[in-house]
Ligand binder design. Structure first.
Ligand code: SF4
Length: 268
């Protein structure tokens, strides 16, 4: 019997952080509302995407005009938000979000020639054997494709308080997400990608911006001769139905994990 399990590409990276949490959220439907910091990140992404799309289509709206989208998203999110989480007021959220948005529009966006912003991607099937197929679906979420001399690069916008370390955009743990986008972009556009890059916007009380070097995230997904990549590891999880916990995950807390209350593996 053939079974196809549909998985949103944007969730894929979480599978390799704590697979047990991922299973809870995406296969068992155990969810929790987002906090103010997540909403702040979504608002910055919405504003910067509006700005980049206007650069692509030639309408060239200003950073200030695109900032309206930042405020609208903060005030009227289209997902459930627990505004008591994160000890961050609306006023402070707006200040941080608008500063990060301005930094992006002035310092990061002009460095790139975008050819796709938050593209819809063709489904990509991963054959796990024994009649089981994982179908990755969705959009590039918060990522863009930028044209370079070496080919398109997947440029993923990341917001948060730890996205910049010692003045550099951190690429740690990013390959699962951007590698997935590289594979799906290649599958959709029938081109080879040249790598991935992180466009980091720190949303601490003093926002900052940084761009990582280009790195080969695709290789982490597909592996090398004799070294299975993340796709093979994921296939093994789906095949066995065993999704291992990771109580060392930085997201292993009641704030981020919807499975926290019932999880056998977390610290007590
Ligand atoms: S409580 Fe920790 S170990 Fe358990 S599912 Fe959540 S993140 Fe994973």
């Amino acid at each position: 019997m053939n079974e196809i399990i549909k998985v949103r590409a944007s969730s894929w990276a979480g599978l390799f952080d704590c697979a047990h949490r991922w299973e809870g959220e995406h296969l068992l439907g155990i969810r929790k509302p987002a906090g103010m910091r997540a909403l702040l990140g979504t608002a910055v992404h919405a504003g910067t995407a509006t700005f980049d799309k206007s650069r692509m289509d030639g309408s060239n709206i200003t950073a200030d005009e695109a900032a309206g989208v930042v405020i609208d998203t903060l005030r009227c999110p289209d997902f459930e938000v627990d505004r008591s989480q994160d000890d961050l007021s609306m006023r402070e959220s707006e200040r941080i979000a608008l500063t990060a948005h301005s930094l992006y529009c002035a310092e990061i966006s002009p460095q790139f020639e975008f050819v796709g912003v938050e593209n819809t991607l063709d489904p990509l099937d991963i054959d796990c054997g024994h009649g089981l197929t994982i179908r990755l679906t969705g959009t590039m979420d918060r990522a863009r494709a930028a044209q370079t001399e070496a080919g398109p690069v997947i440029a993923d916008v990341k917001t948060g308080t730890r996205v910049i370390e010692q003045g550099r955009a951190s690429t740690r743990g990013r390959a699962a997400q951007t590698g997935t986008y590289q594979l799906m972009y290649e599958h959709t556009e029938r081109v080879s990608t040249a790598g991935s890059q992180i466009l980091a916007l720190s949303t601490t009380s003093t926002p900052a911006a940084a761009v990582s070097p280009v790195f080969d995230a695709r290789r982490v997904m597909v592996g090398t001769e004799g070294h299975p990549g993340l796709i093979e590891h994921a296939a093994a999880m789906f095949k066995t139905g065993l999704f291992p916990p990771n109580p060392s995950s930085p997201l292993c807390s009641p704030k981020y994990c919807a499975r926290w209350e019932t999880c056998l593996f977390r610290e007590r």
